[in-house]
Design a protein around this ligand. Structure first.
Ligand SMILES: Nc1ncnc2c1ncn2[C@@H]1O[C@H](COP(=O)(O)OP(=O)(O)OP(=O)(O)O)[C@@H](O)[C@H]1O
Ligand SMILES: [Mg+2]
Length: 163
């Protein structure tokens, strides 16, 4: 499977800016999501990259918090998408880990979700390559040990795309 970001960068005229920061604990990941939400606008697509347990759903919780959602954020592993349609703008959180084939997204009416009115946050976007739109923002989470404390935290790389 090709790296989704490499594919995005191959599209004509695409450029990106990259910013890396250290997230010491879960609270820092939530806060990073809250801050990032200020950069999001209706119609935008965010890809969340990282291994199992990297913190993709945790940073999603921060983004949803900033848009006014205070409850739990469950991973839509089996349903593929969790809608937050009460929010302004509406947010759709995808977890495509169990997607068998990108075409399954066509059957679930993917184009209705990726509308100019909503924000879509997508975990495991590589599973839907070719059917999903290109991302406006890629959030890449990497578990790492802090050199000083040896505690495990996360490195967050934020990549903002322009096409
Ligand atoms: N900065 C951090 N430092 C240490 N632990 C963190 C940090 N951010 C999140 N975590 C922890 O990482 C764990 C996994 O989080 P999460 O469920 O968000 O991962 P995920 O990437 O969505 O996994 P999956 O691929 O299974 O959906 C949680 O236990 C959370 O507390
Ligand atoms: Mg998750």
């Amino acid at each position: 499977m090709r790296d989704v970001l490499s594919s995005a960068l191959l599209s004509d005229g695409a450029t990106s800016t990259t910013h890396t920061q250290w997230l010491a604990d879960e609270a820092a990941t939530v806060l990073a999501g809250q801050h990032l939400a200020a950069q999001l606008a209706p119609g935008m697509t965010v890809f969340l990259e990282g291994t199992l347990g990297a913190g993709k759903t945790t940073i999603t919780r921060g983004i949803l918090n900033a848009f006014g959602h205070s409850g739990a954020v469950k991973s839509p592993t089996y349903t593929l998408v969790e809608p937050y349609e009460q929010l302004v703008p509406p947010v759709y959180h995808f977890d495509l880990y169990r997607l068998g084939h990108p075409e399954e997204l066509e059957y679930m009416g993917i184009r209705d979700y990726f509308s100019p009115e909503s924000i879509c946050l997508v975990e495991w976007a590589a599973r839907g390559e070719g059917v999903l739109p290109l991302p406006n923002v890629v959030l890449r989470l990497t578990p790492k040990k802090c050199e000083e404390s040896q505690a495990v935290g996360r490195e967050l790389t934020t990549i903002v795309m322009t096409y």
